[in-house]
Design a protein around this ligand. Structure first.
Ligand code: GDP
Ligand code: FE
Ligand code: FE
Length: 196
């Protein structure tokens, strides 16, 4: 991490820590570290990756009432209301990060919005991909296939994104969960883009 920004990062860590349970705070620290590793590999600003990784789940433990109020306050599409925490904590969570942590870098806020579902390849910046993958691959993750996913992502960030989209979709369908349409759209777009 960039030495000169250690103080700012320390203050952000403290703010994130006070809003999350210990296990989720530690996940955020690991995502931040993994995002820095991927940033180095992909020629991306490390500080931006460190901050985005650290705050990506900042709003994860808010109540449904808080998310619903924020959707109204920020005039976000009311269609969001039928979803739940898995979708809200990114899309609506970015608003909490902006309002409470005073982070106004639009690139960081967008990476938070997209960190659960991803997006089509034209709609994901390198930072969006780095945060999306760091969340999936951080060193505390132990799901079957994680080593393969890490190896693929070390070789190609784009292939890593597609791996995650494909596996998350199939995992959700296997559990018969409702799938957010943007997750499907992202998968289809990447499948088309990367098909040989
Ligand atoms: P976390 O916040 O670090 O736990 O990770 P994520 O933000 O990536 O994911 C949060 C949860 O949302 C996980 O349980 C995912 O499996 C789930 N999830 C991802 N995409 C979708 C989707 O399209 N629909 C639903 N219902 N859940 C999803
Ligand atoms: Fe998340
Ligand atoms: Fe996360």
């Amino acid at each position: 991490m960039v030495a000169v920004d250690q103080k700012e990062l320390a203050a952000l860590k403290e703010a994130v820590r006070t809003h999350l349970s210990e296990h989720r705070y530690e996940h955020c620290l690991r995502v931040s570290d993994y995002a820095v590793k991927l940033a180095k590999q992909n020629g991306l600003d490390e500080k931006q990756a460190a901050v985005a990784g650290l705050v990506h789940d900042y709003a994860k433990e808010r109540t449904a009432a808080e998310f619903l109020a924020k959707i109204d306050e920020k005039h976000l599409p009311t269609s969001l209301k039928k979803w739940g925490n898995p979708i809200w904590h990114g899309v609506v969570g970015a608003e909490f990060v902006h309002d409470e942590l005073k982070i106004d870098d639009p690139a960081i806020l967008e990476a938070i919005r997209l960190h659960t579902t991803g997006a089509g390849h034209h709609d994901m910046t390198t930072l969006d991909k780095v945060v999306f993958m760091a969340d999936y691959l951080e060193t505390g993750r132990h799901f079957p296939g994680v080593e393969e996913a890490r190896r693929i992502t070390d070789e190609s960030l784009n292939q890593g994104v597609f791996y995650q989209l494909a596996h998350t979709l199939s995992y959700l369908a296997g559990k018969e969960h409702v799938i957010y349409p943007k997750t499907f759209d992202a998968y289809n777009d990447w499948a088309e883009y990367l098909s040989k």
